[in-house]
Unconditional design. Structure first.
Length: 295
């Protein structure tokens, strides 16, 4: 039997998602879902090599060809390689690593939040101490130290990103659990003999915290994109000839003063529009599901 306490309050949290959204939420979520769909489709095209052209083919006769050149919709880069194909292929640099970062942050944050919210005494204090310790490190500095000292691949870097994002998830889960643990439906489930594991995993985390996980996942993917592209721009991430939006911006920036803006501005716009889409999706879901507007 499901014991889900309906929030029959004026904010309408018991209503379906579509009825909870206002016009601004619908715009945010719609744009965000469009970006998510575009990323997934583009990743599929990259995996199955269904690209407009060979992303590694060098054509010295079409170096820095402008957008609209026959056979090169978005133009070519400084080596005559197709920008559109490399833009699509560059999604692989952050997609799976970003999912790893999200999974680590949600799993570690949920575990710490459950321990802090459900357990009094030493276990809860220890979980809080570990999360505060992780949160005290400057995130970008720690990532750069790991990247420069150990020269790991992007998956190792994203593992660090996931760990450093866990405290934010843990704080939200802990606050939610402390609010819910004394509610009537939790006491009823416990009185009927359900194990604490079932109560926590099913009735608290799944029924009442899944919106938190969805929102944190969208924001986590946006941050993963920014971290990967920033590191690739600085030379710590994906290296040439493998394409990444970050190293595409970096290599194309050398030609801006010559009026050849597209090799850098096109991947820069891709970064901007994609991260904006994930942030707006998270903000729209946060407003519709939690009745909170970021900022």
């Amino acid at each position: 039997m499901r014991y889900v306490e309906k929030a029959n309050t004026p904010d309408g949290r018991d209503l379906p998602l579509l009825k909870r959204m206002d016009a601004l939420d619908a715009v945010y979520i719609g744009y965000g879902l469009l970006i998510v769909l575009a990323v997934i489709v583009s990743y599929g095209l990259a995996v199955f090599h269904m690209l407009p052209a060979d992303p590694d083919e060098v054509d010295l006769g079409l170096i820095l060809a402008p957008p609209g050149t026959p056979g090169h919709l978005l133009g070519t880069d400084y080596m005559g390689r197709d920008i559109a194909s490399r833009l699509i292929l560059g999604i692989r640099a952050y997609f799976l690593p970003g999912l790893l970062a999200i999974g680590v942050s949600l799993a570690l944050g949920a575990l710490s939040g459950v321990v802090s919210g459900m357990r009094r005494g030493a276990p809860g204090l220890f979980a809080d101490y570990i999360m505060n310790l992780i949160d005290s490190f400057p995130r970008l500095v720690l990532i750069l130290l790991v990247a420069s000292a150990f020269a790991p691949d992007i998956y190792c870097i994203m593992l660090v990103v996931g760990i450093t994002n866990a405290p934010a998830v843990a704080m939200v889960i802990k606050d939610r659990i402390r609010t819910l643990r004394h509610r009537n439906f939790i006491e009823a489930a416990t009185a009927l003999g359900l194990s604490r594991r079932t109560v926590v995993l099913k009735h608290i985390l799944w029924y009442n915290c899944r919106s938190v996980f969805i929102i944190q996942a969208t924001l986590g993917m946006a941050e993963a994109i920014m971290v990967e592209t920033s590191l690739s721009y600085l030379g710590f991430g994906v290296q040439e000839p493998a394409p990444s939006w970050g190293n595409m911006v970096q290599s194309g920036a050398n030609y801006l003063m010559q009026g050849k803006f597209w090799p850098s501005t096109i991947p820069a716009l891709a970064i901007l529009l994609t991260t904006l889409g994930f942030h707006l999706l998270g903000d729209g879901l946060n407003s519709a599901l939690e009745k909170k507007r970021a900022g």
